[in-house]
Design a protein around this ligand. Structure first.
Ligand code: S3P
Length: 177
């Protein structure tokens, strides 16, 4: 059976929605950031600071390859916001299941990420963070649009977003069967 993969910018709710989906489906939730942190033995911010972003990106691809090697049981895979950037990650993401892209307006992202400590790309003054969110969202829009379906999350609870994803998945399964 196919799994479910969540991609989307920081603060779009991948982890929160992933938890709801995993509970509803009775599947395990795996989080690529968590797997990288476990393997590296240090938090994301330290991997960026000490090893550099390219090392983190390579770790993302390596984790996807490992997960793609074990697809016997379905699971929900929550990913880091930048996993969509490498073209080589896309066949791997699709091989893990239906890819749902979560979206949010810049103001929503800003409100949700707040003063996050462990997001190296969102370090800085509130104004710097605001500008960076707008820039990164623009740069990445086309990459997130490669998802099988996009789901806006503004003004919606994780439960509401999960409901929409589950309905979409059921329709998709019905079409394929
Ligand atoms: C990143 C998003 C983060 C984490 C890292 C880089 C990004 O994950 O992978 O800080 O490039 O957007 P979340 O989307 O879970 O915050």
């Amino acid at each position: 059976m196919k799994g479910l993969v969540l991609v989307g910018f920081m603060g779009t709710g991948k982890t929160a929605v992933g938890r709801v989906l995993a509970a509803r489906l009775g599947w395990p939730l795996v989080d690529t950031d968590e797997l990288i942190v476990q393997a590296a033995g240090k938090p994301v911010a330290r991997i960026f600071a000490e090893d550099g972003e390219p090392v983190f990106r390579a770790a993302e691809t390596a984790v996807l390859k490992t997960l793609a090697g074990f697809t016997a049981t379905p699971r929900v895979v929550a990913t880091g916001g930048g996993i969509v950037l490498a073209a080589e990650n896309w066949p791997l993401l699709h091989s893990l299941g239906d890819v749902a892209g979560l979206t949010a307006e810049p103001a929503t992202v800003l409100q949700r990420v707040g003063a996050a400590q462990d997001r190296p790309l969102l370090a800085g003054t509130p104004e710097e963070v605001r500008v960076r969110i707008a820039r990164l969202l623009n740069e990445r829009r086309a990459a997130y649009a490669r998802s099988d379906q996009l789901f806006p999350t503004d003004g919606r609870t994780p439960e509401e977003v999960a409901d929409r994803i589950l309905s979409w998945r059921r329709e998709r399964e019905a079409r394929i069967e």
